[in-house]
Design a protein around this ligand. Structure first.
Ligand SMILES: [Zn+2]
Length: 255
């Protein structure tokens, strides 16, 4: 399974919990020790690719902060590469930041700058590689940016599951996937802040594995194995690694 990652992702770029030093180390360490994971470096997204999801005004605003701008373009470029590989039918996880699901066309908040999922999906559509997608946003917070950019577009189905504890949450996720129209690909806004040791205090590590498995099953049955996830939230730095690994194991079909 491919992990999209660049060493620059370890650097801090703003003063938010998502951009803090030390956030990704546990994930890099655990995935690099595990067999079956290949790290691949992305390149920067182009202006044309960003402007498929955002206004020129927003891009100019981000560009005023050069290090943040570079990191944001690299994260979006990572999302694009993840989508390009996933469309071939292999599972991919992008270990990228800043996250993106709170970034709308012309505004951003919630630690996000460019909407990585929207940039990735609109790039795949522009290349004629997909014409529809299911977006499973399992972050603690609703991805208002995903909804603002993609929600009115009939090609995209977006769902942010609910439920108290693993059982309810997984049942709600499965119900949404069962109700989905046929799509060309499934992608996760993969936030890990629902974790019992994180802000949400709700899901176990094993729940992330099961969410990955639900996506694997969905992809096998409905969209030729095409599936990928992009990192969004997750602020228990020490446990982020084991939660990302659990999700990836489910996503790749190692149950
Ligand atoms: Zn969140």
């Amino acid at each position: 399974m491919k992990i999209i990652y660049h060493p620059l992702m370890l650097e801090t770029y703003d003063s938010t919990p998502a951009g803090a030093l030390g956030r990704l180390e546990s994930a890099v360490e655990i995935l690099s020790k595990q067999s079956g994971y290949e790290f691949i470096e992305p390149s920067l997204a182009t202006e044309e690719q960003i402007l498929r999801a955002h206004t020129k005004r927003l891009m100019k605003k981000v560009e005023r902060r050069s290090h943040l701008s570079r990191m944001s373009l690299l994260a979006a470029g990572g999302a694009i590469l993840a989508g390009e590989l996933a469309v071939k039918g292999e599972p991919v996880f992008a270990l990228i930041r800043p996250p993106g699901h709170h970034a709308s066309e012309d505004s951003h908040w919630g630690f996000c700058y460019y909407n990585n999922i929207a940039v990735s999906l609109l790039d795949l559509c522009a290349k004629g590689l997909i014409n529809s997608a299911f977006i499973l946003d399992f972050d603690l917070h609703d991805g208002d940016g995903n909804i603002n950019i993609l929600g009115d577009d009939k090609r995209f189905t977006i769902y942010n599951p609910n439920g108290n504890g693993d059982e309810q949450y997984l049942a709600d996720t499965k119900r949404a996937l069962d109700d989905s129209p046929d799509v060309d690909i499934i992608v996760a806004s993969a936030g890990f802040d629902e974790y019992e040791g994180d802000w949400g205090g709700n899901l176990s590590t094993d729940a992330f594995r099961k969410i990955g498995k639900l996506m694997y099953d969905f992809a096998e049955e409905r969209c030729q194995g095409r599936r990928y996830g992009l990192l969004e939230g997750g602020y228990n730095f020490g446990d982020l690694g084991k939660n990302v690994l659990a999700f990836c194991e489910g996503l790749r079909g190692n149950h």
